[in-house]
Design a protein around this ligand. Structure first.
Ligand code: HEC
Ligand code: HEC
Length: 228
């Protein structure tokens, strides 16, 4: 327990550092982001779109996600802190301004803006409740998994469960050229669980009501945008 506390203190110090870095990025414009999103819609704006490499899972929903987190994730693909061949190539082509614009655009995509309950209506099984308690997931991701303590942390509620599972496993993977995430905070968390337990966590969190969604973007609209 002492060791866990010590590492949590170290992690919290680190988390403060990452959010400071994220705060220094360019100011985003949603209108600028909408034009640049032409390169994202083929995967992120098709409901249920499935990625097949390096793992098979649904492409994560990013509409309604925190802009600071979107920017931080894109930078992590760019630097290689997150390994994923396609997202690395895409992120490498983006400037800091592109990233800020895209992050703002996706955060502000319209949706029905319902007020989420402070606690999930759908309670976890006793087994999943134990797993959630083990490293206190809600202390960072919020009691309803949609209100993280820092906007550089992701909203998780309602995200595709198969993606959440792949993401959690990736935090356990190092030294693989195509898969793996080196974020020290989440790597420390994921290390406490077996794959089966990560799957249970992903299934529960993905079943919750949340802000994340897919906004289909009709081609004709994007063509109009291009023509301007
Ligand atoms: C060819 C399909 C494809 C395209 C095109 C694409 N993405 Fe992705 N994106 C993915 C997949 C698959 C993942 C999950 C990667 C992983 O496992 O880490 C992902 C992950 C992300 C994430 C991290 C989400 C999270 O919850 O951590 C962000 C942010 C993102 N993409 C933004 C974008 C933006 C912005 C664009 C356009 C500039 C874009 N993507 C284009 C397939 C795509
Ligand atoms: C100390 C704070 C902290 C705790 C506790 C924590 N997380 Fe996280 N989590 C983060 C941060 C920061 C990130 C973003 C990491 C990155 O940029 O890759 C993250 C990312 C994630 C992601 C990736 C989401 C995506 O869209 O790719 C998942 C899934 C996740 N956490 C689940 C959990 C679960 C389940 C628990 C409990 C077992 C947990 N987290 C506990 C801080 C925390």
């Amino acid at each position: 327990m002492r060791k866990l506390l010590a590492s949590l203190v170290a992690l919290t110090a680190f988390a403060g550092f990452t959010s400071q870095v994220a705060a220094q990025t360019a100011t985003g414009s949603a209108a600028g982001g909408e034009k640049k999103a032409a390169m994202c819609i083929g995967c992120h704006s098709i409901p249920g779109y499935q990625a097949s490499f390096p793992e098979v899972h649904k492409v994560p929903m990013i509409a309604g996600q925190n802009a600071k987190y979107i920017a931080s994730a894109l930078n992590a693909y760019k630097t290689g802190d997150r390994k994923h061949p396609t997202m690395k190539a895409i992120a490498a082509s983006l400037t800091d301004q592109d990233i800020a614009d895209l992050a703002t655009f996706y955060e502000t995509l319209p949706h029905d803006k319902k007020t989420l309950p402070a606690e999930p209506a759908h309670k976890p099984s006793a087994e999943v409740a134990e797993l959630l308690k083990k490293v206190n997931c809600v202390s960072c991701h919020g009691s309803n998994f949609s209100k993280p303590i820092d906007a550089a942390y992701p909203k998780l509620a309602g995200q595709h469960p198969d993606y959440l599972f792949v993401a959690l496993k990736a935090y356990q993977t190092q030294n693989n050229p195509q898969v793996g995430r080196s974020n020290p905070v989440m790597s420390g968390m994921a290390a406490n669980f077996t794959h089966e337990q990560l799957k249970q966590l992903a299934t529960y969190i993905g079943s919750l009501e949340g802000d994340l969604h897919v906004v289909p973007q009709p081609r004709f609209k994007m063509n109009e945008t291009h023509a301007q």
